[in-house]
Design a protein around this ligand. Structure first.
Ligand code: FAQ
Length: 342
């Protein structure tokens, strides 16, 4: 069993954690640290029951929980279109996709729990606005084309970032990512397919709607990969630990290279006059990203931050009776089992 009983996060009101280990404790930890380092150097995996440095554990809880929050907040912009999908087929696809995102959130919360932090703590941090989730979900979904573009660009960027996480050194996270990536790939294709139908069989107005959605989502999609490598606070250590395998900028470049070709087939253009093939680099050059906008959105000042968080908190509050009923049912079952055994 995973070490779910461990509790490494400080609880509110609890006495402050002991800041330093004694010399004796450090001496005892030394061989454990060496074994951990050797396994990381060999490209091996760390399981929940294995010893790990506190900072490694904290980094994983931070990244996995931010990732889980992104999945469940990410359900909201698309949820907006369930009742307005143009056909029964598109509605069924959209519902399945949104359910998948909820499932991804659950796998990821479970992976974070293996590190000893409870789901209530993680959700509490999200609902109080303390925890981050991906900047991308703070943009509005104004037309039906936005749903297709989210699949194509947002899920596309998510896959590019998440495939290397299938080899993350923390095994429960890596295992969760394998299944998530398979599903994300269906999400990307359904988005692309929906846009292709509009571009090839649609009216001029529908084609213009797709182009407008691409114009609005392109730059925020590039921001999903995080700040430039030079400004990324966690990258160097996370790469050393084998949590991140490819840097923010390298993943962003891979995404641009792959997506520009897909845009040509679709018949849309990216809103970037500086986007052009660089023969020498064998990559596409692209214009500068508005990092002020990125940090504003991450800091809570994006177009939809308040609405998204408000919806999450409302869903949590509205669902309280379901959680209470499930607990009462579990208690009744346990009581019956105790009576039968007596
Ligand atoms: N948004 O030092 P770094 C999806 C923060 S899932 C907000 O580079 P790191 C599925 C970062 O947390 C999308 N904050 O950080 C879907 C840190 O702040 P902190 C989510 C961001 O962790 C599709 C600070 O900036 N995917 O889309 C962002 O090494 C469609 C410094 O940054 C994942 O979470 C951002 N974009 O690298 C669902 C994948 N970028 O914590 C529905 C796993 C950075 O110090 C519909 N995560 N920050 O306060 C990762 O790969 C990494 O965490 C990165 C950031 C690459 C996101």
């Amino acid at each position: 069993m995973y070490t779910q009983a461990l509790d490494v996060m400080a609880k509110e009101g609890a006495p402050a954690a002991k800041p330093l280990r004694s010399a004796e404790e450090l001496r005892l930890e030394e061989p454990l640290q060496q074994r951990f380092d050797a396994r990381i150097d060999d490209g091996g995996f760390i399981e929940a029951k294995d010893w790990m440095p506190d900072d490694y554990r904290r980094t994983l809880v931070r990244q996995i929980s931010q990732h889980a929050h992104s999945e469940i907040v990410g359900m909201l912009p698309e949820g907006n279109w369930v009742s307005r999908a143009p056909t029964l087929k598109r509605k069924a696809i959209l519902l399945a996709k949104i359910q998948d995102e909820g499932g991804h959130g659950l796998y990821l919360y479970a992976a974070a729990e293996t590190l000893g932090t409870s789901r209530d703590e993680l959700l509490g941090a999200l609902h109080s606005g303390k925890a981050k989730y991906s900047s991308i979900f703070n943009y509005p979904t104004l037309t039906w084309a936005d749903v297709g573009v989210i699949g194509w660009l947002v899920d596309g960027a998510a896959i590019m970032n998440q495939v290397p996480l299938c080899r993350c050194s923390y095994a429960p996270y890596a295992r969760a990512m394998i299944r998530i990536c398979r599903e994300e790939s269906f999400h990307q294709r359904q988005g692309y397919d929906s846009l292709l139908v509009m571009m090839q069989n649609g009216t001029d107005a529908q084609r213009a709607m797709v182009q407008d959605a691409v114009n609005r989502w392109w730059w925020p999609s590039l921001m999903m990969f995080g700040p430039p490598d030079g400004e990324s606070t966690h990258s160097a250590q996370s790469m050393r630990w084998g949590i991140k395998r490819i840097s923010n900028d390298d993943l962003r470049q891979k995404f641009v290279d792959a997506t520009v070709e897909q845009a040509k087939v679709l018949g849309v253009t990216m809103p970037d006059p500086d986007l052009k093939w660089n023969e020498e680099r064998q990559h596409f050059d692209f214009g500068s990203i508005d990092w002020d906008e990125f940090w504003r959105v991450v800091g809570g000042e994006g177009p939809c931050n308040r609405e998204r968080l408000g919806m999450r908190v409302k869903a949590w509050d509205d669902g309280a009776w379901v959680r209470e009923a499930a607990l009462a049912h579990a208690e009744k079952q346990a009581q019956r089992a105790r009576q039968a055994a007596a």
